[in-house]
Design a protein around this ligand. Structure first.
Ligand SMILES: NC(=O)c1ccc[n+]([C@@H]2O[C@H](COP(=O)([O-])OP(=O)(O)OC[C@H]3O[C@@H](n4cnc5c(N)ncnc54)[C@H](OP(=O)(O)O)[C@@H]3O)[C@@H](O)[C@H]2O)c1
Length: 310
């Protein structure tokens, strides 16, 4: 008798579990459909907010998204009221300033009616030996490259949660996978983006929102010119640093175009099966693969050779 009751209970438990799995599956399908509607719907309904859209990757992404049918608002710290630049409606936003971010997102939401896609792109690099940067310089870098992303994302998330859909893409870097020499803090800021994005994606998926990182390789933009070097130079590093810089310039000259990365951003925005990481271009894909599968010692030697510091 006990055996029959046990069997019946098992049957009921299995059934409850199956119903649960089925409803979870249906829930997930509904979420996927909502997300797909938000990102792939008829023209007027797709909207995007792109930070750092005044030059380089952000500008190319804003243009490419417009061409793909999105209504886009881009940001620049220097944007003037009502400005349209290269066909892109620009609003002023400094991602290091809470009030500026709140105002820019509110303005974008008021104009667009919804925000289907956020592209967190504003950022800069910092080169030199780790020892050559003051804590203030590192703090400023993280304030833009990491906390800037947090500020904008936190401002956009309530909008996306209310919509029940949205996609957040952040411009990381291959250096978010490989901590190369003479870019310790930049690499650390991009590693922070990787960790943050992966955690966030778990948390917001249930609201129909997906989060991903775009991982460009060296890309021909104004990033070198716009990025500071260590603010307390140390002569002991000068020779190796000069050799590294030569190798870095060569990689940049041979790099991808901002339009290449913009194409990856559009593809990630429209991907029906979103992934967490989008390495952009052949070199980024190869490096991402090598990092995962090559023995560490071999990878270490190759990297030192590539940056001319072996
Ligand atoms: N170029 C590369 O090789 C490469 C490789 C991997 C990843 N990335 C990443 O790609 C992103 C774009 O860089 P890029 O190469 O296109 O450089 P870029 O041409 O120098 O553009 C940087 C953009 O960020 C904006 N920006 C900088 N600080 C800001 C702040 N505090 N608040 C708001 N906006 C700010 C700038 O806008 P305003 O100055 O007009 O405000 C500009 O639009 C960055 O996150 C960078 O780390 C670049």
């Amino acid at each position: 008798m006990i055996c029959i009751i046990e069997k019946k209970m098992m049957f009921i438990i299995i059934n409850i579990h199956c119903v649960d799995l089925l409803s979870q599956g249906q829930h997930r399908t509904a979420q996927k459909e909502r997300a797909t509607m938000a990102t792939h719907n008829s023209k007027g309904q797709k909207t995007a907010f792109v930070t750092g859209a005044s030059s380089g990757i952000g500008k190319a992404a804003a243009i490419a998204l417009t061409q793909a049918g999105y209504r886009v608002i881009g940001t620049s710290r220097k944007a003037t009221s009502g400005e349209v630049r290269d066909g892109i409606r620009m609003v002023a936003c400094d991602v290091t300033d809470d009030a500026s971010v709140t105002e820019a997102v509110a303005l974008a939401f008021a104009e667009l009616g919804r925000i289907d896609l956020l592209v967190n792109n504003a950022g800069y690099a910092l080169s030199g030996a780790a020892e050559e940067s003051s804590v203030e310089q590192v703090r400023a870098l993280f304030d833009t490259n990491f906390l800037g992303v947090v500020r904008v994302t936190n401002e956009v998330l309530p909008i996306m949660r209310a919509q029940g859909a949205g996609r957040i893409l952040t411009t990381g870097s291959v250096l978010g996978l490989i901590p190369g020499p003479f870019g310790a803090y930049y690499a650390a800021s991009k590693h922070a983006i990787e960790g943050y994005s992966e955690s966030l994606d778990h948390e917001v998926r249930g609201f129909g929102i997906r989060v991903a990182v775009i991982e460009p390789w060296a890309t021909k933009t104004a990033i070198e010119a716009n990025s500071p070097q260590g603010d307390r130079p140390i002569a002991a590093y000068a020779k190796t640093l000069a050799r590294y810089r030569m190798a870095f310039h060569a990689a940049m000259a041979d790099g991808d175009t901002p339009e290449d990365v913009a194409a990856t951003i559009v593809a990630a925005a429209q991907d029906r099966s979103p992934r967490l990481r989008y390495p952009s271009g052949k070199s980024a894909k190869q490096t991402s693969f090598a990092r995962r599968f090559l023995p560490r010692a071999f990878f270490d030697r190759t990297l030192r050779k590539q940056f001319n510091i072996a």
